[in-house]
Write a protein that binds this ligand. Structure first.
Ligand SMILES: Nc1ncnc2c1ncn2[C@@H]1O[C@H](COP(=O)(O)OP(=O)(O)OP(=O)(O)O)[C@@H](O)[C@H]1O
Ligand SMILES: [Mg+2]
Length: 377
């Protein structure tokens, strides 16, 4: 789905705001604290049904107000669509797609796939493995929706095996009861590893190409690092069986794909430990663009939300990044200066100024004047 319009009411510092998005790119620019990231967050909130910035969602409701509302309008080959999300702290979210109530917006079939770059997402490159595993698993679900449940099935089986280990340690169950759980965990685990391997294989080529495009010179690698060397369910079952004694001693399942990692390397060394801030930034962007390429090959377009992505890049890298953004899908970029986004005035691009919770749309005026007054929803 391509997003055509965002409307937000009482979301962060925006009381009422409406923004028409460019079919290819929307650039939001304005001073610090104006509300640019807040608008990007509102768009994510409307598309995905939760914040990309905070787990304490009451923060998104404008101070002094009770309800935040976001609507996202868009179109795909079936026609026009409307997603509405209302949120009042302490109550379940009220989400509708084309007027029909839905439980979880993230599961709705009518919604754009969204990928987001926020400065603190660098953790994905330099932090611990668990968010990287979750990231790869989400990509698996986007590439092959029928495979989306494999991670949940593995996690639930893992939880049950760990609970059994606790009962055995407490003397309330017999160790022999682990036998069926080992086979079950191995069955789901081997499947999960296969999915991750498939997804990473699709990313290797585009990741290296995009890293080069963005100016990360030298040898770049993306590697799936499974904890287990097993190639089959039987081999994984054997590995689990061999570690039973140590699992019982330590009190949890120590082996299996819940300890996998995705490694990004540059010049033979992990970027996580050795990369500069700028290199880690470019690696994260290269990963997100590689995912866009892989999804495009599977017929899925991506809405990329890129927050403050240009600020630490030199002019040449800004131009390369702009070129990549325009090469496919739809994107929204925030920047303090419009000039930081070299593509900000081309066809299919909406340039909007954000100031103190209000939005002016330039609508491509060639003389650079603001044509539209602040819009109220
Ligand atoms: N719930 C809220 N109610 C009212 N205002 C809020 C709320 N949450 C955040 N704000 C205000 O929003 C402003 C920050 O907005 P935002 O983070 O979008 O700025 P920005 O334009 O992205 O700035 P920068 O260029 O510094 O990143 C701050 O002034 C903050 O006080
Ligand atoms: Mg910001």
């Amino acid at each position: 789905m391509r997003v055509t319009r965002l409307t937000a009411r009482d979301f962060r510092n925006h009381s009422r705001v409406e923004l028409e998005l460019g079919p290819r790119l929307t650039v939001l620019h304005g001073p610090n604290g104006a509300g640019k990231t807040n608008l990007l967050e509102a768009l994510y909130f409307g598309c995905v049904g939760r914040s990309c910035r905070t787990s304490n969602e009451r923060e998104v409701v404008r101070s002094g107000e009770g309800v935040a509302r976001v609507t996202v309008e868009g179109e795909d080959e079936d026609g026009r669509h409307l997603i509405e999300v209302g949120f009042s702290p302490g109550e379940p979210k009220n989400a509708r797609v084309d007027g029909a109530r839905i439980e979880r917006p993230a599961d709705a079939s009518v919604r754009p796939l969204v990928s987001v770059f926020l400065p603190d997402r660098l953790e994905l490159v330099k932090g611990p493995p668990s968010p990287r595993r979750a990231h790869v698993d989400r990509l698996v679900g986007a590439l092959w929706p029928a495979r989306a449940q494999a991670r949940a099935a593995y996690s639930s089986t893992l939880g049950q095996r760990n609970a059994l280990i606790a009962r055995i340690r407490a003397g309330r169950s017999a160790p022999s009861l682990l036998e069926p759980w080992d086979s079950e965990l191995a069955r789901h685990g081997a499947e999960l590893m296969r999915h991750r391997r498939d997804a990473c294989a699709l990313l290797v080529g585009p990741f290296c190409a995009r890293a080069g495009d963005l100016g990360l010179h030298g040898e770049v690698e993306l590697r799936y690092r499974p904890r287990s060397r097993a190639e089959t369910v039987e081999e994984l079952t054997d590995e689990l069986r061999e570690r039973r004694a140590s699992d019982l001693e330590r009190g949890f399942t120590t082996h299996g794909p819940h300890r996998d990692d995705l490694e990004l390397r540059h010049e033979g060394r992990p970027l996580r430990a050795y990369g500069s801030q700028g290199q880690q930034r470019v690696a994260l962007l290269a990963l997100l663009f590689a995912e866009r390429d892989a999804l495009a090959d599977h017929g899925r377009t991506l809405l990329m939300l890129l927050d403050d992505v240009m600020s630490e890049l030199d002019r040449e890298r800004r131009e390369r990044l702009s070129g990549l953004v325009l090469a496919g899908g739809q994107a929204l970029i925030t920047a303090t200066e419009a000039e930081h986004v070299p593509a900000g005035r081309g066809p299919g691009v909406t340039l909007a100024r954000v100031e103190d919770g209000k939005v002016w749309v330039e609508a491509g005026a060639s003389d650079g004047s603001w044509r539209a007054a602040p819009r109220a929803a």
